[in-house]
Design a protein around this ligand. Structure first.
Ligand code: FES
Ligand SMILES: [Fe+2]
Length: 471
């Protein structure tokens, strides 16, 4: 096939719903110019997740969030509200809080407590919790010409959703609620705000941030990458755009089961005895994804299926019994499951791509999540983060912090290591002069297509295009 001619118009949401075939250019992954353009057109214009709210619980707690060349300070004020500022002193531009580059084993971010004022380390200009300037040495030397507007910190929009803190540097941006849209409404049912970190790790990884997030956007790669999982279950998945964001859900290749009860978030393992195979599927996933994407309670409840159900139990019986008994076990230890209507459960699917750089694989009592950011100006590097959230009994939440973890199985589990073993080589492969451009699966990899469709809207280039004869 020849490279298709790319036009400026791109594809519509309807094209995606119709699962039309598309391609898109590789510039977004490979070009330094594109990475530089992201600094102007993307990062300062979008809502992006900073951290979990629980990391800034008390008045005076603060932290920095860095993305591309931008550094933002987020502060919990004495009145309990959050405030965010660009991390720069308006005098001569020193960073107000020094944030060294994110280096392996070193700085993830800069944090502190009990902060009433920020004092610039260069000439001592000082700012209160609202960013107002409260001290300028020898202010008379400016002959009264400095106004409060000239000397205050530059404010950044800040809001929360799902227990996350988000910022947006664009003063004219839509609200975070509007930005989250239907995706936010659906995920609200899972009460992510009630979950707490189980573990959190980061790495500097040799691929573009989009190459990295895309490796976790679709289960189409399970059969080729995580081949060991095929012994336990079937990972066929559909995917669907929701405007900015998108979702994937388990699906079946068998037309007569499509859109039936079998589609959705949970499924029984394959094999002769669903009581056994369901447990094996759940245990295998849990143990090889660094003890995430499930919980101890769920795994234990699954292990009892063989004792608690008769041989004649169907796959549906197994799932229903498993969830009911895990729910009861959790309630007994003080972990109450949210009641999620079945139609929401179905629409909520398996995992969400929150555009552009956040992934949430959610369950009723857990979430496995990813976030990626560019690293410097290098399109071939990114800051990769993954973390597990879980509902814990009150007072039993573990203390965690960001841990730098080289991308090896010992640190991340064998599943993530398998994903790592692709990402670097996708980044390299896309540079081949023999690569004609991506051919994403329109049914199973629509989240990847949607990432590029929305990127193009902000970047003004790189829109996915219909392959010939698709009009
Ligand atoms: S640069 Fe901050 S006081 Fe001079
Ligand atoms: Fe994977």
């Amino acid at each position: 096939m020849k490279k298709p001619e790319l036009t400026a118009t791109g594809i519509t949401a309807e094209d995606m719903d119709a699962e039309k075939l598309v391609t898109y250019p590789t510039e977004a992954f490979l070009s330094r110019d594109y990475a530089l353009a992201e600094k102007k057109l993307l990062w300062p214009k979008i809502w992006q997740m900073v951290e979990r709210e629980t990391d800034l619980p008390d008045p005076g707690d603060w932290m920095t969030y860095n993305v591309a060349d931008e550094s933002i300070i987020v502060l919990r004020k004495d009145d309990g509200t959050l405030k965010a500022f660009h991390n720069v002193c308006p005098h001569r531009g020193r960073q107000l809080v020094s944030t060294p580059d994110m280096l392996p084993g070193k700085v993830h971010d800069v944090r502190g407590n009990n902060r009433k004022k920020f004092v610039c380390g260069f000439h001592g200009w000082t700012y209160d919790q609202d960013g107002h300037n409260v001290y300028i040495l020898d202010q008379q030397d400016w002959h009264g010409g400095l106004t409060p507007e000239m000397t205050c910190l530059s404010e950044v929009k800040v809001d929360t959703w799902g227990g996350y803190i988000y910022i947006n540097m664009d003063p004219d941006c839509v609200s975070l609620k509007e930005w989250m849209g239907r995706a936010g409404e659906i995920l609200d049912h899972f009460q992510l705000d009630k979950m707490r970190y189980k573990w959190r790790q980061w790495a500097i990884y040799p691929c573009n941030w989009k190459t990295a997030i895309e490796a976790f956007l679709e289960p189409y790669h399970v059969a080729g990458t995580h081949t060991q999982l095929l012994a336990y279950g079937n990972y066929y998945a559909l995917s669907k755009q929701y405007g900015l964001h998108s979702v994937s859900s388990y699906d079946t290749r068998d037309a007569k089961f499509q859109m039936s009860e079998s589609a959705g978030t949970t499924r029984a393992g394959k094999g002769e005895d669903p009581r056994v195979s369901t447990y094996e599927l759940i245990r295998e996933n849990y143990e090889t994804i660094n003890y995430s994407a499930s919980t101890e309670t769920l795994v234990k409840a699954a292990s009892r299926l063989k004792d608690e159900l008769p041989e004649t139990a169907t796959a549906q019986d197994c799932i229903a019994h498993w969830l009911a008994s895990a729910k009861k076990d959790d309630a007994a230890r003080g972990v109450i499951w949210p009641e999620i209507p079945p139609e929401i459960m179905t629409e909520a699917g398996l995992a969400w791509g929150l555009w552009p750089n956040q992934n949430i694989l959610h369950g009723v009592t857990f979430a496995l999540c990813y976030r990626v950011r560019p690293y410097g100006d290098d399109p071939n590097k990114c800051v990769f983060e993954s973390y597990a959230l879980e509902r814990f009994p009150e007072g039993e939440e573990p203390e965690t912090e960001w841990v730098y973890a080289d991308p090896i199985a010992a640190n991340w589990g064998s599943i993530l290591e398998q994903d790592f073993s692709n990402m670097e080589f996708v980044q390299k492969g896309m540079k081949s002069s023999g690569f004609r451009g991506p051919l994403p699966n329109p049914h199973q990899e629509q989240k990847v297509i949607n990432l590029h469709r929305n990127l193009a809207a902000f970047m003004g280039r790189g829109a996915p295009q219909l392959l010939p004869d698709q009009d």
